[in-house]
Design a protein around this ligand. Structure first.
Ligand SMILES: *Cc1c(COP(=O)(O)O)cnc(C)c1O
Length: 443
């Protein structure tokens, strides 16, 4: 070991990675060699240690080029942030005025500015921000219904992304679930019959990641609101995907928007910041001032509140919504969703990567099908365009793309590798270079 550490390569590696990490890596290399009873050449051990150290120091959360065509890709961090939001997040990572009112020098609320912006852009009376939408729903259930019952239609007992199951969230928040109606049909009368003195909340959930087609119905939100008012029970609407207003995504199928829900009279509306709103991971609750104030005083909020970098990115994103005419253009998720296949085709052609002929790879511009993703617009595909690479094994090429710097995540379909221009946005030039480098790197 001392000989390895003292060798020129050893000294070099220790300078870059540190002496202890190098010693540990050499220890692992030695153990591997011994277990296979192979002779241990010093050069070989140091080479193993170098690869090992490089793999371990590569960032897990690293920027990637999204060529999948899935705009809100959960594995790739959902919504890409606007430059304004990225900058705000980066700047706030140092000291930041999270809880200080700079006019008076006194303590201020970390929530206040984002909450004001939310009320301004949605016309809600009050608002509150949490760490994510699951936290927002749990907080509302805990504050308004702990120890009592929450009514949910059997058609809305959804699971979102594996770990968010409505029945479990209600239980974990200390309330009891009251199931209403059936999987495909729930009537207003089913809710009305289920209401008794122990029911504290009606929870309406947007089944955001699937559609029930055929013999299916449920009351409108306005009907539920009327029932809630009549019986003195708050109606909370989890719209999930967080489209602020329908007009920001013209031409898309109907998706419940925050503004529509508030107009229909929901007492509280909750949504995710990083889905169709196009901001950072956050949960937002908006609605009745008295209820929002109660949520704001709930002790769980201390464990569910967002940090300064999130608040900065959220504030910057919400600021973009103050100018409704330019929201779709300035929020990347909305812009990516609304570009036409013709626009993308032209961009893909303009940046067509030049692949050396001796690699056997041939790239063409083709029409593709992109997806909104992130549990929004289930079943809705968007006509899109991008590059198709044929002539070399697509899965090997996909792997080479993922291992590149920066990594490019693409989609394999049949004999081709598809790189969708929709989700590359302005990074299409970088993606062309990454694709070329991956093709060239293959043996
Ligand atoms: C996505 C989603 C959630 C979970 O939101 P997170 O921000 O991921 O916690 C909850 N409810 C609905 C309807 C959703 O679509």
């Amino acid at each position: 070991m001392d000989r390895l550490l003292g060798s020129p390569d050893g000294v070099d590696l220790a300078r870059v990675h540190g002496r202890k990490p190098l010693k540990d890596a050499l220890g692992r290399a030695l153990a591997a060699v011994r277990s296979r009873q192979m002779p241990a050449a010093a050069g070989e051990l140091l080479r193993h240690a170098r690869l090992d150290l490089e793999a371990r120091s590569r960032m897990w959360v690293a920027p990637v080029l999204n060529g999948t065509g899935v705009v809100l890709h959960t594995n790739l961090g959902r919504a890409p942030l606007a430059p304004e939001a990225r900058r705000a997040m980066y700047e706030a990572a140092r000291y930041a005025s999270v809880e200080m009112d700079l006019d008076t020098g006194t303590r201020g609320s970390r929530q206040a500015r984002c909450a004001t912006l939310v009320t301004e852009i949605t016309d809600a009376d009050s608002a509150l921000v949490t760490n994510n939408n699951a936290a927002a729903v749990a907080l509302a259930v805990n504050e308004l219904a702990a120890g009592r019952r929450v009514l949910v239609s059997r058609g809305e007992l959804v699971e979102i992304g594996g770990s968010f199951r409505i029945p479990d969230v209600i239980r974990a928040a200390g309330a009891e679930l009251g199931e209403v109606g059936t999987t495909n049909r729930t009537r207003l009368a089913d809710y009305a019959e289920a209401v008794d003195g122990n029911v504290a909340m009606i929870l309406r959930i947007h089944p955001s990641n699937y559609r029930v087609k055929g013999f299916a119905s449920r009351p409108t939100l306005s009907e539920l609101v009327a029932l809630g008012r009549d019986r003195g029970i708050p109606v909370v609407h989890d719209v999930g995907s967080g489209l602020i207003a329908g007009e920001y995504l013209p031409g898309f199928p109907h998706e419940p928007s925050v503004v529509d829900s508030l107009r229909a009279g929901a007492d509280l509306v909750t949504w995710s910041g990083d889905k169709l709103m196009g901001g950072p991971q956050a949960g937002i609750v908006a609605g009745r001032t008295d209820l929002v104030a109660r949520l704001g005083k709930n002790h769980l909020l201390r464990g569910l509140r967002p940090d300064k970098t999130t608040l900065a990115a959220l504030e910057a994103t919400l600021n973009l919504y103050r100018d409704p005419d330019r929201v779709t253009e300035r929020v990347p998720a909305l812009r990516m969703l609304s570009e036409t296949a013709e626009q993308l085709e032209a961009r893909a052609a303009a940046h067509l990567p030049e692949l050396p002929p001796d690699t056997g790879a041939v790239v063409t511009v083709e029409r593709t099908r992109a997806l909104p993703g992130g549990g929004s617009f289930p079943g809705h595909e968007i006509e899109s365009a991008g590059w198709a690479v044929r002539g070399i094994p697509p899965s090997a090429l996909a792997e080479a793309c993922r291992r590149g710097t920066p990594p490019l995540v693409a989609r394999v379909s049949g004999e081709a590798l598809f790189v969708d221009a929709r989700t590359l946005g302005e990074q299409i030039g970088e993606a062309a270079a990454a694709l070329r480098a991956a093709v060239v790197s293959l043996p």
